[in-house]
Design a protein around this ligand. Structure first.
Ligand SMILES: *Cc1c(COP(=O)(O)O)cnc(C)c1O
Length: 385
C-alpha cells in the first residue's frame, strides 16, 4: 500500500543529507569532543560548526548563545527551571499560556509544587493570545514569560515580538518554544526580542533526541544537571556529536530551502483546507486562518470521534493525528482546543494533518477523496450525530 505521511508536527523523516552526516559521525569521526587527539578535534569542530549553523538559521548574535540538549522537552525544562532557579531571589512568578506543549506546562507544574506561582494566560477562539493580557498578568515578582511561537496542535502563531517588547518594559525575561516554527517560517531571535528559545532536531528533518536552547548573552540560567564542563557547564554530559552535527545540517538545509518550502507547503495546505471544507458538511477549521503555520490543517468534524477517523484513515494508508501525539491514546479532549473555547464534543472530533516537504499534491488530493466517505460512514454509525 502506498502510504501518505501527514503527521510532520509529530516528527519528520530525517533528510538524506542529514542521515549522511549522522552516519559519518557515528562510523568514522566518532571521537569524544573533549579529547585532545585528532578524533577529538574533528568532533569538536563538528560541534562548533553545528552551533554556527543553528545560530545562523535563527539570527543569533553569536554561536556561543546556543546550547545543545537532548531535544525540545529538555530545552523547555532547562529554560524555564533554569531561569526560575537563577532568579528565585528576585521573584517567584512565571507567566505562560493555556495552550503550551506539555514540556512547558508540566515544567511549570513542577515549579508550582516547589512554591513558584504560575499564571496561564488564556487565548481567543482562534488560539491567539492578546499581548495586553500578558501585560495585565505581569506583577512585581514576575521573573519569566514562556509563550510558544507556533502551536503544535492548531498551528496558531503568537505575537511574540509584541509580548517580548512588553516584557522588556518590566525587566521580565522571555522564553519561547519555537520547536514547531523553526524550519517552517523564518525565525529571528533579534527581531523577536526573546531571551531564550527552544528548538528540536526531529521536527525539522533532523534526528530525534537532539535539540538546542538559545540563551541570549548574560541571561541568568542555572543548570539542571551536574557534571563536566560541557556546554558551558549549563548542560554537562558527553555531547551527542552525531545528532548535533545532523541538526546543524538540518538547519543548513532549512536555511537553503525555507522560502520555497514555505510557499510550497502553503499551497498544499490551502488546497487541503479548501478541499475538506467544500467536500464535508459541518466541519470547522481550528486555529487562526492567517496567523498559522504553513503546514497545519486542523479541523473538527462534528459528530464523530477524531480517533475513529484516524483509524479509518490509517487503513487507507494515510497517517494523521488527533489532538497532539503526546496526548493521543488518552481519552481526554485536547487542552488546547478546550482553552480555545471548543465544546468537548467538537474538540473530540478534531483531526490534524501536518504537511511536509515530501508531500505531493496527489497526496492532498487522495485525502480529499478518501475523507468524505470515511466521515459519511462514521456519522451514519455514530450515536452523536
Ligand atoms: C515536539 C515538541 C516539543 C518536544 O520536543 P522533543 O524534541 O520531542 O522533546 C516541545 N514543544 C513543541 C511545541 C513540540 O511540538
Amino acid at each position: 500500500m502506498r502510504r501518505i505521511y501527514m503527521d510532520h508536527s509529530a516528527t519528520t523523516p530525517v533528510h538524506p543529507r542529514v542521515a549522511a552526516v549522522v552516519n559519518r559521525f557515528m562510523l568514522s569521526d566518532y571521537g569524544n569532543a573533549s579529547s585532545v587527539h585528532h578524533f577529538g578535534k574533528v568532533a569538536r569542530e563538528a560541534l562548533e560548526d553545528a552551533r554556527s549553523q543553528v545560530a545562523d538559521l535563527i539570527g543569533a548574535d553569536s554561536p556561543s548563545e546556543l546550547l545543545f540538549t537532548s531535544g525540545g522537552t529538555e530545552s523547555d525544562n532547562l529554560a524555564i527551571k533554569g531561569v526560575a532557579y537563577a532568579r528565585r531571589d528576585q521573584g517567584r512568578h512565571i507567566i505562560t499560556s493555556a495552550i503550551e506543549h506539555q514540556a512547558v506546562l508540566h515544567a511549570c507544574d513542577a515549579l508550582e509544587a516547589e512554591g513558584f506561582e504560575i499564571t496561564k494566560v488564556g487565548v481567543d477562539g482562534q488560539g491567539r493570545l492578546d499581548p495586553e493580557a500578558v501585560r495585565d498578568a505581569i506583577r512585581g515578582d514576575t521573573i519569566l514569560i514562556s509563550i510558544m511561537l507556533a502551536n503544535n496542535e492548531v498551528g496558531t502563531l503568537q505575537p511574540i515580538e509584541e509580548i517580548a517588547a512588553i516584557a522588556k518594559e518590566y525587566d521580565v525575561l522571555v522564553h519561547t518554544d519555537a520547536v514547531q516554527a523553526v524550519g517552517q517560517i523564518s525565525v529571528d531571535v533579534e527581531a523577536l526580542g526573546v531571551d531564550l528559545m527552544s528548538l528540536s532536531g526531529h521536527k525539522m528533518y533532523g534526528p530525534k533526541g537532539v535539540g538546542a536552547l538559545y540563551v541570549r548573552r548574560k541571561t541568568p540560567l542555572q543548570p539542571l544537571q551536574n557534571g563536566g564542563h560541557h556546554e558551558r557547564r549549563l548542560r554537562p554530559g558527553t555531547e551527542n556529536v552525531a545528532g548535533i552535527a545532523g541538526m546543524g545540517e538540518a538547519c543548513l538545509l532549512a536555511k537553503e530551502e525555507l522560502a520555497i518550502r514555505n510557499q510550497y507547503l502553503l499551497r498544499l495546505r490551502d488546497r487541503l483546507i479548501d478541499g475538506i471544507m467544500s467536500e464535508i458538511p459541518k466541519v470547522y477549521l481550528n486555529g487562526h486562518p492567517d496567523h498559522r503555520l504553513p503546514n497545519n490543517v486542523n479541523v473538527s468534524i462534528v459528530g464523530i470521534e477524531g480517533e475513529s477517523i484516524l483509524l479509518s484513515l490509517d487503513m487507507k494508508g494515510i497517517a494523521a493525528s488527533s489532538g497532539s501525539a503526546c496526548t493521543s491514546g488518552s481519552l481526554e479532549a485536547s487542552h488546547c482546543l478546550l482553552a480555545m473555547g471548543l465544546t468537548h464534543e467538537v474538540a473530540h472530533g478534531s483531526v490534524r494533518f501536518t504537511l511536509g516537504r515530501d508531500n505531493r499534491q496527489e497526496d492532498v488530493d487522495e485525502v480529499i477523496r478518501e475523507l468524505p466517505a470515511i466521515v459519511e460512514r462514521l456519522r451514519a454509525m455514530s450515536p452523536l450525530s
